[in-house]
Design a protein around this ligand. Structure first.
Ligand code: SRM
Ligand code: SF4
Length: 574
């Protein structure tokens, strides 16, 4: 069992956190230094807790090196949107900031947040200030703390959804760090130095061993991919009322190529709690991970490894001891999809909601589409809300009968209406950011998947599968930011232009996929998948999903547990 042991030294980030004076470090000095566009290496770790990543434009690395210039540094800012809901005014504010300080795009992430890319050091403080003026923030959007809490954004499912959203906000608030550093550094608030236990009552000086992610799902939709997260709540609705939640723990996607000790893992149900217990249960789960997570090895520090190593029963016992009561037994639930449902839907309150496909979450104006302008014009007249989905899409929520024709007209004007939906394959596609901003990318993702889907669409059309949803996801490295290991087809970057291809994920997000072919060149992906797609069209059983089909036909072995992910690799039956 490779848990934290006194024989192994703590990871250096632990000392960094301890000595940072609750995340202050030397960030203020770094911001004042105009001789470089960067900040110190230690501070780059600390700014993550403030929602800020230092990056550089990787497209420019070569020429900057040749010209003996420092890298083209800039910062990514992640804006928390708990439950994914924001107002039209907040949308307009984010849209304006994208022009004023970032790269003219808004990125909707796989965790219902906004990201700005390309913010220069000199503009960081002003951007964060203006985000806060819009009543959003960036604290704990990243770092070793509980992050943006996700929630099924479906706005048409009656009062239960509102109640669930309210609990999501409570969990988010309760698990947020308390440090005054954020307000001092970014919002010029006066420096107060309270007693340590007041400063961070849950996290203490060393925060968590690693990032921690929480989600809330409302069946039958598993759009938040509940099984991919450290902590999850599955709403249990009985007689039309919220009875409580099945609590899940120990999910995660990240792994490293060829390192079997690292693996994606599905969360497991720990037990049931009432709505009133949800916040307390979350706090106690976080506290067990705080105390037992591996602080020696960051590749082994997520809750999934704590649970894998020590067992679910041990974990439940720890949580229940801290709660002072036992969790209830798991209650029945059913998921039927993990993607989004597009177009107009009618709510129980008489309002309409439009789910818009945003390719890979990038809202921009370009030669093919003016999505940013369209959404700005919609926000200017919209009286409902906007809901960011966990699949990088956007719901224009709460449109009244009077307002709907105006919204429809704007969607049509910019080619974003229901008549312009792509194939079901495209609508179920998702790619992480990768190049040029992500420092960890081994291959393209967001800039490549749309073209690959266009190629695959010809095969899909020929096979008569245009309306058949198949989840397809791509990431530029194995960290798993687009949750690729839950997709029916996934490509994970190995090197420029080369991907590992995975098959056999569950359509509702309840089964991990498995490696099918290693280091496949970009141009070989469509020829590799063509025979599988063609035979699926001919041989599938009624209602059979692609992921189930490839397992049934023996093209790939089923992955039954995270520890089995790297085992029994796919057969070559094509
Ligand atoms: Fe992620 C690191 C982007 C969701 C697992 N992720 C990164 C960084 C910050 C790279 C870095 O550390 O320098 C990427 C910034 C790229 C850029 O230029 O913007 C990045 N992750 C993203 C986003 C923007 C992908 C997207 O296209 O939407 C998502 C932002 C979510 C948010 O709003 O908070 C994003 N990342 C995820 C998810 C999916 C999820 O949580 O639902 C995962 C897999 C789930 C999980 O955590 O297990 C994920 N990101 C990682 C990991 C691997 C963690 C691990 O346990 O091994 C890293 C690397 C790390 O932490 O060391 C990472
Ligand atoms: Fe970057 Fe890898 Fe995440 Fe893609 S999966 S955004 S390449 S860290």
């Amino acid at each position: 069992m490779a848990t934290s042991s006194p024989d192994k030294p703590l990871h250096k980030n632990e000392a960094l956190k301890t000595e940072s004076h609750y995340l202050r470090g030397t960030i203020l000095d770094g911001l004042a230094d105009t001789s470089t566009g960067a900040i110190s290496a230690d501070d780059t770790q600390l700014t993550k807790f403030h929602g800020i990543y230092q990056q550089d434009d990787r497209d420019l690395r070569k020429e900057r090196r040749k010209a003996k210039q420092e890298k083209a540094f800039s910062f990514m800012i992640r804006v928390r949107v708990p439950g994914g809901v924001c107002s039209p005014q907040q949308w307009l504010d984010m849209d304006r900031l994208a022009s004023d300080y970032a790269n003219e795009t808004l990125k909707l992430t796989t965790r219902q947040a906004f990201q700005f890319h390309g913010v220069l050091k000199g503009n960081l403080k002003q951007t964060i200030k203006e985000i806060n003026e819009a009543l959003l923030d960036t604290l704990a959007a990243c770092g070793d703390v509980n992050r943006n809490v996700m929630c099924n954004p479906n706005p048409y499912q009656s009062e239960v959804h509102e109640q669930v959203l309210e609990i999501t906000h409570k969990i988010s608030d309760h698990l947020s760090p308390r440090t005054g550093a954020y307000h001092e550094i970014w919002l010029d608030k006066e420096k107060i130095t309270p007693e340590p236990e007041e400063e961070e009552p849950l996290y203490g000086k060393t925060y968590l061993p690693r990032k921690f992610k929480t989600v809330v799902a409302v069946p039958p939709s598993n759009d938040v991919d509940i099984f991919a997260h450290d902590l999850g709540y599955i709403a249990i609705i009985e007689d039309g009322k919220l009875a409580g939640f099945n609590v899940t723990v120990g999910g995660g996607m990240g792994m490293a190529h060829n390192k079997e000790a690292t693996f994606p893992r599905l969360a497991q149900v720990l037990g049931f709690c009432t709505p009133e217990q949800a916040v307390d249960v979350g706090e106690k789960i976080v506290s067990v991970q705080r105390d037992y997570g591996d602080r020696t090895d960051r590749a082994h520090a997520r809750l999934k490894y704590t649970i894998e190593d020590r067992g679910l029963d041990w974990f439940r016992q720890q949580v229940e001891e801290r709660l002072g009561y036992a969790l209830g037994d798991e209650r029945p639930f059913t998921f039927d999809h993990n993607g989004d449902r597009y177009g107009w839907t009618e709510g129980t309150d008489g309002k309409s909601h439009y789910t818009l496909f945003v390719q890979n979450g990038r809202v921009r104006d370009d030669a093919t589409q003016k999505a940013r302008t369209a959404l700005r014009e919609i926000a200017e007249i919209h009286e409902g809300d906007f809901r960011l989905t966990a699949n990088q899409n956007l719901i224009i929520g709460g449109v009244s009968a009077e307002a709907r024709p105006k919204v429809e007209a704007l969607l049509a004007k910019y080619g974003l209406d229901q008549n312009n939906l792509g194939s079901a394959l495209r609508l179920n596609s998702m790619a992480c950011v990768a190049l040029p901003t992500c420092g960890l990318a081994l291959a393209e993702s967001e800039r490549y998947l749309p073209d690959l889907v266009t190629e695959l669409d010809t095969v899909i059309e020929e096979a008569g599968l245009r309306e058949d949803a198949i989840t397809i996801r791509m990431t530029g490295c194995p960290n798993g930011c687009a949750r690729p290991y839950l997709a029916e087809i996934a490509m994970v970057g190995r090197a420029p232009g080369k991907y590992n291809v995975y098959l056999g994920g569950g359509f509702v997000g309840d089964r991990l996929n498995k490696l099918y072919r290693e280091s496949v060149k970009s141009e070989e992906i469509t020829p590799l998948l063509r025979p599988l797609i063609e035979s699926y069209a001919k041989e599938r059983e009624d209602g059979e999903n692609f992921g189930d089909y490839v397992i049934r036909k023996g093209h790939i072995k089923e992955t039954v547990a995270g520890t089995d992910f790297h085992q029994n690799l796919g057969e070559t039956k094509v």
